[in-house]
Design a protein around this ligand. Structure first.
Ligand SMILES: [Zn+2]
Length: 99
């Protein structure tokens, strides 16, 4: 699975608000399929849940998608929303734990 390291997230020019928001979101692994991996991302402040999916067969950056409005309008340009960034941060933490 391809995901950005925390360093890359810091260095890349994502909207600063997205980076800040990503840290307050709660991520859960939803399912693991043969081609896709799904995550649920909850915003404790707004009470909303978004679904982020990793598509192993798609090319970067389309291999990550989210069902939020922000991603629907900007995702085609390869921008990541706060939900996708939150999943990347979550995956970094999982890797650290397993090492
Ligand atoms: Zn999103």
């Amino acid at each position: 699975m391809r995901f950005l390291s925390e360093d890359e997230i810091e260095r890349t020019e994502f909207a600063r608000v997205s980076k800040e928001r990503a840290k307050s979101l709660k991520v859960k692994l939803d399912y693991r399929g043969a081609k896709n991996v799904g995550f649920k991302v909850r915003d404790p402040e707004k009470g909303t849940v978004r679904h982020v999916i990793y598509h192993s067969e798609k090319k970067e950056p389309q291999d990550w998608s989210c069902d939020c409005k922000w991603h629907a309008t900007r995702g085609t340009f390869g921008k990541y929303c706060a939900h996708i960034l939150a999943v990347h941060i979550f995956l970094n933490k999982m890797v650290e734990k397993n090492e």
